[in-house]
Design a protein around this ligand. Structure first.
Ligand code: MG
Length: 384
């Protein structure tokens, strides 16, 4: 039985585990090629010895957005670890209020998210309550889409699309950039008919090169993701007026306010939500609710996550406002070996189960974490 004290969540330590994980094969997007994923896990240890864990999705270099693993590590050490270690929570609503107060620190959302999600995860571990239950998730499975990087040639791309469809992925996303856009998309349409297909340009185009994008209207894409500036809304609204294909925003959306602004401007009809990019589960829930209210389609993107981030994304995607398949698939998509056991896998082709897991720390293979770890830092409540 819980004592009254048992309901108060207090953290005694925040541990940061920096890892370098080689990808099974390099992944190319408009911002560059990734060979090794440099990431870190945040482990939150409670006064009762339970542990929460979350993955920081920042990348080594500021090529996707401005945050990096180094800036996120610094911001957590400087601010967010102390904010978490100084707090006490007696209800999930208090975690949401605490997370909202972190907004007074401008930016650094990937850093905030890693700590905030570890706090939610610790709450689940301490109280033995599934995260899905806390977030209000009712679905028991979610469909998976796949993101296919820029390939050396069209034949290689077609082979990749074929094997993705055979594995059961229900939506194909192609990374594009100038010089790799109309031809690969036309080829996929020719070979695979009307499969749900979309393109992600990661800000590789400008208003001057937007004619290439208008040409893609011929291929009935489900959507086109973030073709213009990484921090822009106005130019995307300009493009959306010229385009039949719905635009989806990823990099430009950092908060529910950004979603509201984008909708008011007509900058997009679809939102790609990455909990790491927007500051965690609290901000994700606000964006989810707003998208439902505004009638915007919503799906969950990916950042080459290990099983830790994948499990969190899959659970979040079980909310009813996630109207389209996301980018989250099995944990072996990028890595030879997942960091969690059992690994994240389809329970039937193309579908990931929403698992009723009470915190992820027991699921993590800590021996593998140590094996790939390049740095460990422990921040203690007693040292504040
Ligand atoms: Mg994207």
């Amino acid at each position: 039985m819980h004592t009254a004290e048992g309901f108060t969540l207090i953290l005694t330590e925040i541990r940061l585990h920096r890892l370098s994980l080689p990808l099974r094969e390099p992944f190319r997007a408009a911002y560059g090629e990734t060979h090794v994923r440099h990431l870190f896990l945040v482990e939150a240890v409670t006064a009762n010895g339970a542990r929460g864990v979350a993955e920081c999705v920042a990348m080594a270099d500021p090529l996707y957005i401005e945050e990096t693993t180094d800036t996120a590590w610094w911001a957590i050490r400087r601010y967010f670890a102390a904010e978490a270690l100084a707090a006490e929570w007696t209800a999930p609503a208090e975690i949401r209020r605490w997370a909202a107060r972190l907004d007074r620190y401008r930016g650094h959302r990937m850093a905030k998210a890693a700590v905030e999600m570890a706090v939610w995860d610790a709450w689940c571990a301490e109280h033995r309550v599934p995260l899905a239950h806390l977030l209000g998730v009712a679905r028991t499975e979610v469909p998976a889409g796949i993101s296919i990087g820029i390939q050396p040639d069209v034949d290689t791309l077609l082979r990749k699309v074929e094997s993705a469809l055979a594995a059961g992925y229900s939506r194909i996303k192609l990374k594009i950039q100038p010089g790799w856009d109309v031809e690969p998309i036309a080829a996929v349409r020719r070979h695979f008919g009307d499969v749900p297909l979309m393109a992600d340009a990661n800000s590789a185009y400008t208003r001057e090169t937007a004619d290439r994008l208008v040409a893609l209207d011929d291929f009935a894409l489900l959507m086109m993701e973030q073709p213009l500036g990484w921090d822009d809304l106005v130019d995307h609204a300009w493009l959306q007026r010229r385009l039949a294909t719905p635009l989806c925003l990823d990099e430009s959306i950092r908060s529910a306010d950004d979603v509201r602004r984008a909708a008011e401007l007509g900058a997009c009809r679809v939102i790609n939500l990455k909990p790491g990019r927007v500051g965690g589960f609290t901000a994700s829930l606000a964006i989810h609710d707003l998208c439902r209210q505004l009638g915007l389609d919503l799906w969950c993107g990916g950042m080459y996550e290990t099983g830790v981030g994948r499990l969190h994304n899959t659970i979040l995607s079980g909310l009813p406002g996630f109207t389209l398949p996301g980018d989250t698939g099995p944990g072996t998509r990028y890595y030879a070996e997942d960091l969690v056991d059992p690994p994240v896998e389809f329970h039937r082709p193309g579908w990931l189960p929403v698992e009723p897991v009470c915190g992820l720390a027991d699921r993590v293979v800590w021996r593998r974490v140590e094996q790939h770890r390049t740095q460990l830092e422990v921040i203690r409540r007693d040292d504040l």
